[in-house]
Ligand binder design. Structure first.
Ligand code: ARG
Length: 403
């Protein structure tokens, strides 16, 4: 192992596994853990979790508030790309992992650690994102993934913890595995492993059931500047606050639940449940504004690249040079994506109720069927004639011979 010190930076979440890892890394590798907890939004009780890491034997424990950076450097480019994996998943976890990697690598540098450890298991995508992210940013650091090595069940981990005086969860464990940040909430495991079973209500935390949503619709006007959401109902808001506000409103109207069968990179089809009201509403509004402000060829060229962007992100390729190129392309397309989109939330749905932009390419005179029609009807006949010419030539040549 290429450690240049006896210190390891651990991606610490405060849960049972990463707490146990602090002791395990010492016992199995003789490494002192520096627990790093990265706050990418929606985290709570952070100081208590930091203290817990110290109590269970971490040499140091730090909490890094990375919410603004997450919003600016990860969510915004993803929104510019309308990034949805398999057309449904807004990449909650996939976007946060490269941010966490960046923070871990920075911490390894400042604490003189030669190794980074993360808590991912062997079956998920997150291990890929951590491993690739760390290797992209710091190829000479060693990577340890204790949960990939130790093969402990939940019960064994609890036993291991109890033997070493590490506090174990007292109340009955939630059956779910949850990952949460500013861009949404991912829920896996427990009863959700049966794809035929409708997700129980207790799987959800930030959306109400559509049937329990208010009987009156709510409207939200999202103001964008150069592709970035900057205002809600005419009021300028910092990005993190704006995302939180849209999330709360959309979720309170039962919008944003996703239940899907997802293709993991490691070859498993998995049943995933997401609550991503704010992210989905913002992507919908953003895409709508693009439809109004981007010319046809650019728009049609961009859409398939958005899928590539999402797949690359999902598969742990955030720091791949292709992503730099895709981000540059997306950024170039956003320059004129400025305007306001009016969303309407009602009983689990979100629809676009209106859109306007100083850069709108919608031309009333060209579009109207009324008296102000400015479209050149005369030109249309010749246009059709030439546009259809190759088809006509083909048809003449290939038409079935009658005589
Ligand atoms: N399936 C999603 C993904 O791969 C969510 C993962 C959630 N992660 C977790 N550790 N619970 O991005």
């Amino acid at each position: 192992m290429n450690t240049n010190s006896d210190r390891v930076v651990l991606a610490y979440s405060g849960g049972l596994d990463t707490s146990v890892m602090i002791a395990w890394l010492k016992e199995n590798y003789g490494l002192d853990a520096i627990a790093v907890l990265v706050d990418a939004g929606r985290a709570s009780g952070l100081e208590a979790l930091r203290q817990k890491a110290l109590d269970v034997g971490a040499a140091e424990a730090v909490v890094i508030d990375a919410r603004d950076e997450f919003a600016r450097d990860f969510i915004l480019p993803a929104l510019a790309a309308n990034a949805l994996y398999e057309e449904k998943y807004v990449l909650v976890s996939a976007l946060s992992r490269p941010l966490i990697c960046k923070k871990l690598v920075e911490a390894a540098g400042s604490h003189g650690a030669g190794t980074i450890a993360h808590g991912c298991t062997a079956k998920g995508n997150d291990q890929v994102r951590f491993d690739l992210g760390i290797r992209s940013l710091a190829p000479s650091l060693d990577i340890l993934a204790p949960a990939r090595e130790w093969n402990m069940t939940r019960e064994q981990a609890m036993e291991y913890a109890a033997e070493r005086g590490i506090p174990v969860p007292l109340k009955k464990d939630s059956p779910y595995s949850i990952d949460e940040n500013l861009w949404g909430r991912a829920v896996e495991c427990g009863p959700l492993e049966d794809p035929w079973l409708e997700p129980p209500e207790d799987a959800f935390a930030v959306t109400v059931a559509p049937s329990a949503a208010p009987d009156e619709p709510a409207y939200a006007e999202i103001g964008f500047e150069a592709g970035a959401p900057v205002a809600l109902d005419g009021k300028k808001l910092p990005l993190v606050e704006l995302i939180d506000a849209v999330d709360a409103l959309a979720g309170s109207h039962g919008f944003g639940r996703v239940d899907m069968i997802e293709n993991r990179l490691v070859g498993i089809k998995s049943r995933e449940v997401y609550e991503t009201p704010g992210a989905l509403a913002l992507i919908q509004a953003h895409r709508e504004l693009e439809d109004m402000t981007l010319p046809r060829e650019l728009l049609h060229f961009k859409r398939p690249l958005e899928q590539k962007f999402a797949v690359m992100t999902y598969n742990g390729g955030w720091y791949d040079p292709l992503m730099d190129a895709l981000r540059a392309f997306m950024a170039e397309t956003q320059k004129r994506v400025t305007g306001v989109v009016r969303l309407k939330f009602f009983k689990g749905s979100c629809i676009v109720a209106g859109r306007k932009s100083p850069n709108s390419l919608y031309d009333f005179g060209l579009a109207t069927y009324g008296g102000e029609d400015a479209f050149s009807h005369d030109a249309a006949k010749g246009f059709c004639e030439l546009w259809g010419l190759p088809l006509e030539v083909w048809a003449r040549k290939n038409k079935p011979k009658k005589d």
